[in-house]
Design a binder for this molecule. Structure first.
Ligand SMILES: [Zn+2]
Length: 275
């Protein structure tokens, strides 16, 4: 069994501040907490029979894990400008995808360090009227390759926001957000145990879970912070303006839609930084 893990960082137990997820004095602590949660998921995958595990580092500069301390059973995809970004490395033949350390969507309730890909450009993303977090957007790729998303870990809102497009997904709530910069977390050791157990449970019921079913039509509704950003986004393939601050991102399939969305992120990043 081949298992794919996409790990973010803001949804890890004990993490509540940007200082813990960006290079600086607090970053080492954040990295350690993340590493332990990722290793717990790998432990669970191996216990459930995984013969190959690939971890795709999906946070920030995407090189947050010390490779020599990652579980020896896992491969590690790290670094920037990966065409499939948070889903780089997934392909047909993987039997499950796990999302570890995920966080709440921008435009939803207060969730620790919530955002949706680019906090300075994107203010909400919806799919068929449901607010999507990164789990739902990334599910487009899993859906395209026919791979079930078996587990999502993070705070309570991350779990709720995953369900509309990932019905039946195993969710592990490792902290309860109090505000965007406060949460009540499980002890990291307990969080790791729950992630490991949740992974074992999730991988035992892949048959009933199945791959996410998304589209057609393949359409993300994306709200941007300014009209400048919305205008710039229309230069991207598959993107049409639907109102002053909103664009529709479309594609022939889930993969193309995701890639068009990723290109929109890259293009708007330049302008977003200057706002
Ligand atoms: Zn992140």
């Amino acid at each position: 069994m081949r298992v794919f893990i996409s790990c973010d960082m803001e949804g890890v137990a004990g993490i509540v501040d940007w200082e813990q997820v960006r290079p600086g004095p607090e970053y080492e602590l954040g990295r350690r907490l993340l590493l332990n949660e990722v290793n717990a998921a790998i432990d669970g995958a191996v216990r459930a029979g995984a013969t190959e595990v690939l971890v795709n580092d999906s946070h920030g500069a995407m090189q947050n894990l010390p490779p020599d301390q990652l579980h020896a059973e896992a491969g590690y995809c790290s670094g920037r400008h990966k065409p499939l970004y948070m889903m780089e490395g997934l392909e047909p033949g993987f039997e499950a995808a796990l999302f570890v350390g995920y966080h709440g969507a921008v435009g939803g309730p207060s969730s620790t360090l919530s955002h949706t890909y680019n906090p300075s450009a994107v203010t909400a993303v919806t799919w068929e009227g449901h607010l999507l977090g990164e789990s739902g957007i990334n599910a487009l790729v899993a859906s395209h390759f026919g791979v079930p998303v078996a587990l999502v870990s993070g705070d309570q809102h991350t779990a709720e926001q995953a369900r509309p497009v990932l019905p039946g997904v195993e969710t592990v709530v490792v902290k309860r957000s109090v505000s965007r910069l406060a949460a009540s977390s499980l002890h990291p050791a307990v969080a790791c145990r729950l992630i490991e157990e949740g992974t074992v449970r999730a991988l035992a019921r892949l048959g009933e879970l199945g791959a996410p079913r998304m589209g057609p039509p393949y359409q993300l509704r994306v709200q941007l912070r300014t009209a400048d950003l919305a205008e710039m986004a229309t230069g991207v393939r598959g993107v049409e303006r639907s109102s002053e601050l909103e664009v529709l991102v479309e594609g022939a399939d889930g993969l193309e839609t995701y890639r068009n969305f990723v290109t929109l992120l890259h293009v708007t990043r330049i302008v977003a930084q200057e706002i």
